[in-house]
Design a protein around this ligand. Structure first.
Ligand code: UDP
Ligand code: MG
Length: 310
């Protein structure tokens, strides 16, 4: 039996060696083979240099894939999965927030409980502000309502699965990748285990509020067409309201002979419907943009260097 650890790294120069040491100590005497597949996602610091050192030393089997530029974590995971050839595959961050010991527990669950194909960790306690927590809750509530797949809230991409799951994930070759949705879409029986994320070993997180918001939009657009229906609904509701208003205005003039106050009403209506139309065009645009990106059929990443150990 062999385990492949897929590790996306972007500017993690100080973390890669401690990460490997943590893996070595966590899997000491585990009784099965393991390899680490590092994906350098176009880092601007010495990450690749340090990964090359780890590859040369081969304290444990190490593969390195280095991208020609930063393609994003999702692309890194995809590349790592393509190069991982273990029977079990684990996705784990390089910053030691997710302890390799937990992967060992995940492997144990997969070994002992054949009914599960995936073991996914979710954060039981989050060290984050109330505002962010609130937005995350809203995001899960919205996406689970709108989409046919259901996402487990707080489940990260820290998970271990069987090779069949990897093969299924690799079959999804979409350009805009949203891993939470991909995991939910491919299905398989998943065992969720709680974990507490440790503080980052070195460096800073690459996420900020706007990136998270973008990521949330990506998820909703990628996994639901409900926003498109919103345009139809808004159109119908405003159409019906307009007919009623028209009848009211005609009655006012013909029956009660009330002079129609024009200017303010017209300005407000023009502005209101202008906004609604632009909003709807924006929604359609989000989908069209994704069709455009996908229709170019570009690769998900470009690897500049691939260092194998065989
Ligand atoms: N990462 C990546 N490409 C990116 C951004 C991040 O490969 O464009 C990697 C990063 O090196 C780390 C993991 O993805 O191993 C998680 O990133 P980060 O720690 O910034 O996210 P957080 O833990 O704060 O969610
Ligand atoms: Mg992190």
């Amino acid at each position: 039996m062999k385990l492949s650890l897929v590790v996306p790294c972007y500017n993690e120069a100080e973390n890669v060696a401690p990460f490997q040491d943590a893996v070595l100590s966590a899997f000491d005497g585990c009784g099965y083979d393991y390899e680490i597949v590092f994906v350098d996602d176009g880092s601007k610091d010495a990450t690749l240099h340090n990964l090359k050192k780890l590859h040369a030393a081969q304290k444990c089997p190490v593969k390195v894939i280095s991208f020609s530029r930063n393609f994003g974590k999702e692309a890194g995971l995809y590349a790592g999965l393509q190069h991982a050839d273990g029977e079990y595959i684990a996705l784990i961050d390089a910053d030691l927030q997710q302890r390799p010991e937990i992967v060992r527990e995940m492997v144990k669950i997969l070994d002992e409980q054949p009914q599960y194909d995936v073991v996914a960790a979710y954060q039981d306690r989050r060290r984050e502000g109330k505002v962010l927590s609130f937005f995350k809750k809203c995001f899960y509530a919205i996406i689970n309502k709108l989409s046919r797949v259901s996402l487990q809230s707080d489940a990260s991409d820290f998970r271990t699965f069987r090779r069949s799951v990897r093969d299924s994930i690799l079959e999804l070759t979409e350009y805009h990748r949203f891993s939470k949705g991909i995991f939910a879409w491919v299905g398989y029986d998943t065992c969720f285990i709680p974990y507490t994320a440790c503080p980052r070993a070195n460096g800073a997180s690459k996420w900020n509020f706007w990136k998270l918001l973008n990521y949330a939009v990506e998820g909703i657009i990628g996994y639901s067409t409900a926003p498109l229906r919103l345009a139809t609904c808004l159109g119908t509701v405003s159409g019906v309201a307009a007919v009623f208003y028209l009848i009211w205005v005609v009655l006012e003039k013909l029956i009660w002979d009330i002079p129609i106050p024009g200017y303010t009403t017209i300005i407000v209506l023009i502005l209101f419907f202008g906004c609604v139309e632009l909003f709807c065009i924006g929604i359609v645009g989000e989908y069209v943009g994704r069709i455009f990106e996908q229709s170019k059929n570009r690769p998900i990443y470009i690897a500049k260097t691939i260092l194998d150990y065989k």
